[in-house]
Design a protein around this ligand. Structure first.
Ligand code: PMM
Length: 388
């Protein structure tokens, strides 16, 4: 007799075991995804729903842990799936169906591309976003690109290194950074964006929270708005994104760069960040921005302590489960220094490793300063997750 524990963190090991025993590709894939473990936390449920959920779980062979107003249900995805179906779920649990259904669908069919202006970026391979900060005081590289020409040359290098999007920012978001006027921000970024686009470099995204800056950037040829405030800073930004039909990155943070450090308080950081991002994305969709144009970003380092950032990286799959493509901005951040002891100018190796971990947990876009090094790490990480 032989006993082997199969790797269960993805369906691949089970699929391969079935394929090796003569199963056809499609049934093997369905069976493998069906027995993948799923853990779902239901909150804000009534006492009746809680009781019904305990009863249903016991009968269905799922594990359940509960307390007042919440229940955590765990089991194979195929076992939990009937709960999402109107014709299978008990009447008292019908309210849970649509949300659970969305979650199961996002798992089964993760987004494969991101629509930005008039093109699509494939997410089948990692998308590296190269950072071009034209700010005198950015967190890790402020003051290095002092002319538009130098910034454009830097963009050419990042593209040659493998960046598939160039992110141009003219306002530092580091804690305590000096705010910049709209005119000043536009004056910094527009010549750079125009120069990049004229040289055929890009596509280009603009890192701004302000509608007027975004408008000027889009006019200069940008295809994406990267908003670190998740559209909470300037309500006009949603209209600009909608009318221009561009891509948008909604990042999570609380407060503003000046106040965010005091707002780094969470009971369960991954669940709270995911819920706040879901609310922001729902607002964006409500304002008329198409779902396929939206990317979400958990905002590493924004209103988060080092411990929060570590938890968030470990539990990134909770954010991925929202069903939007996930971008991460890990590059050179302080929490990488907390783990490695390295100063900001020596954190690119840690960045590359963190990006590889994030890929494994479902992130697809990676905003980094050192594109070449991260590209190598992601080439390896993505090779291991490719089905045979
Ligand atoms: N981090 C910074 C700036 N912009 N945008 C997104 N989407 N995600 C991030 O994590 C993010 C960002 C701050 O880093 P920098 O000052 O080194 O550019």
């Amino acid at each position: 007799m032989k006993v082997t524990a199969l790797a269960a963190h993805t369906p691949e090991a089970v699929r391969a075991a079935l394929a090796a025993r003569g199963w056809e590709a499609q049934p093997a894939w369905f069976a493998a995804t069906g027995i993948q473990p799923l853990v779902v936390l239901f909150e804000e449920i009534s006492e009746d729903e809680r009781e019904a959920l305990v009863h249903w779980s016991t009968k269905s062979g799922a594990d359940v842990l509960t307390g007042e107003g919440w229940a955590l249900v765990a089991g194979a995805a195929s076992r939990l799936a009937p709960l999402a179906r109107d014709d299978r779920a008990p009447a008292e649990l019908r309210r849970l169906g649509p949300e659970l259904g969305r979650l199961l669908a996002a798992r089964a069919e993760p987004p494969r591309s991101w629509t930005i202006r008039d093109t699509e970026l494939s997410l089948e391979t990692p998308v590296i976003i190269g950072v071009i900060n034209v700010t005198p005081d950015s967190f890790s590289d402020g003051g290095q690109l002092t002319s538009a020409q130098a910034a454009i040359e830097h963009g050419a290098r990042l593209t040659a290194d493998g960046a598939r999007l160039l992110d141009v920012g003219g306002e530092s978001t580091r804690p305590g950074a000096t705010p910049v006027s709209v005119q000043e921000e536009i004056g910094r970024i527009v010549p750079v964006i125009r120069g990049l686009v004229e040289r055929g470099l890009g596509p280009v995204s603009v890192d701004t929270r302000k509608a007027d800056v975004a408008s000027a950037a889009l006019e200069a040829g940008a295809a994406v708005i990267n908003d670190v405030s998740g559209m909470r800073f300037d309500p006009g930004l949603a209209r600009v994104a909608r009318d221009a039909e561009v891509g948008i990155i909604l990042m999570h943070m609380r407060g503003t760069p000046a106040t965010m450090d005091d707002l780094a308080r969470y009971q369960h950081v991954a669940a709270e960040v995911a819920a706040e991002l879901a609310a922001g994305a729902a607002t964006a969709e409500g304002a008329g921005i198409a779902r396929e144009r939206i990317v979400v970003d958990p905002g590493f380092g924004f209103a988060k302590t080092a411990t929060h950032n570590f938890r968030l990286l470990d539990e990134l799959a909770t954010v991925v489960a929202l069903g939007y493509p996930v971008a991460v901005g890990l590059s050179r951040k302080r929490f990488l220094g907390a783990a490695t002891g390295r100063p900001v100018e020596d954190r690119d190796r840690a960045t590359a490793v963190a990006c590889a971990l994030a890929w494994e947990r479902g992130a697809r876009l990676f905003r980094v300063h050192d594109v070449a090094l991260t590209r190598e790490a992601l080439a390896l990480a993505s090779a291991t997750t490719k089905p045979a």
